[in-house]
Design a protein around this ligand. Structure first.
Ligand SMILES: Nc1ncnc2c1ncn2[C@@H]1O[C@H](COP(=O)(O)OP(=O)(O)O)[C@@H](O)[C@H]1O
Ligand SMILES: O=c1ccn([C@@H]2O[C@H](COP(=O)(O)O)[C@@H](O)[C@H]2O)c(=O)[nH]1
Length: 268
């Protein structure tokens, strides 16, 4: 689907430009999304007014059974396996987002390993939607919805070094729990399920948020898209000429672009 301005049943339908942001745990996916939002002046804006919004795949972890909850508390549940996610809900939500609908998503609580049913986040219709998570390119039906796919490629030592303090300080874990989970589930699942999805990316971002060149280029693309859309809103006849300002190639077999200023960089 191309992002379009069109008319359906008499009402104006605007398809947002949907960007998938994948990468291993603690690679900097949320930080990259935050930088993009900041540079576009969206971060401090009222949620109802935002042109660019970011959604985390963590909101789509499935409800655990009582036995799984017990295992999760002991660090013995695999949150890095595709089966840990509610694929159906993720797909339905993104389809609604693409139809320009307002959606409610769950807030996720890492301390209880569960979604908070009483704490919903409202995602208002926006022009650009970022969807970030470890396995956003894993499920083919979801992967096919993205207009642009980014993979944040940070080496595993750096990711582990960031994950340990984050899980201890922000997610209520102790060191033994974090390292056990990492060795038992996180690292093997990254290699089996996440890393192979790098090949689907349009743009690979080495070093995550440190790569200001890559972030600037992506922001520039989004700005062009937003400017074009605004122009079409003022001159609706332009909408029939195609609205994807980004002109990105779609489909399989397209070249992967790695945005690196280091001539010796090789994707991990
Ligand atoms: N470029 C960076 N330099 C230093 N710390 C970073 C950088 N990017 C992210 N972090 C920190 O690493 C941790 C993981 O980053 P985050 O963006 O949440 O990763 P992800 O969303 O991929 O799990 C966070 O504590 C964040 O503040
Ligand atoms: O209850 C949970 C749910 C998930 N995790 C871990 O989170 C990461 C994914 O989040 P990132 O922000 O991309 O790191 C995944 O590796 C899970 O292991 C968790 O610890 N507890």
């Amino acid at each position: 689907m191309k992002p379009t301005n069109g008319t359906e049943n008499g009402s104006s339908v605007k398809t947002p430009f949907l960007i998938g942001v994948a990468g291993g745990t603690a690679s900097g996916k949320s930080t990259v999304c935050k930088r993009i939002m900041e540079q576009l002046g969206q971060a401090d804006m009222d949620h109802t007014q935002r042109q660019v919004v970011s959604i985390s795949q963590d909101s789509f972890y499935r409800e655990l059974t009582s036995a799984e909850k017990v295992r999760a508390e002991k660090g013995q549940f695999n949150f890095d396996h595709p089966d840990a996610f509610n694929e159906e809900l993720m797909l339905k939500t993104l389809q609604d987002v693409l139809q320009g609908k307002k959606v409610e998503i769950n807030e996720y609580d890492y301390r209880t390993n569960s979604v908070c049913p009483d704490r919903k986040l409202t995602i208002y219709p926006a022009d650009v939607v970022l969807f970030e998570g470890i396995l956003v390119f894993y499920f083919p039906a979801i992967r096919d919805l993205f207009h642009m796919k980014l993979f944040v490629d940070t080496d595993s030592d750096t990711r582990l070094a960031r994950r340990v303090p984050r899980d201890i300080n922000e997610r209520g874990r102790d060191l033994e729990h974090v390292l056990n989970a990492y060795m038992t589930f996180v690292k093997p699942a990254f290699e089996e399920f996440c890393s192979p999805t790098k090949k689907f990316a349009d743009v690979i971002i080495p070093r995550g948020a440190d790569n200001t060149v890559a972030i600037d280029l992506i922001v520039q693309h989004i700005r062009e898209f937003l400017n074009n859309r605004t122009r079409q809103d003022h001159s609706p006849h332009l909408a029939t000429a195609g609205t994807s300002a980004l002109n990105l190639p779609r489909g399989r077999g397209k070249p992967i672009t790695t945005v690196s200023t280091d001539p010796h960089y090789r994707p991990h």
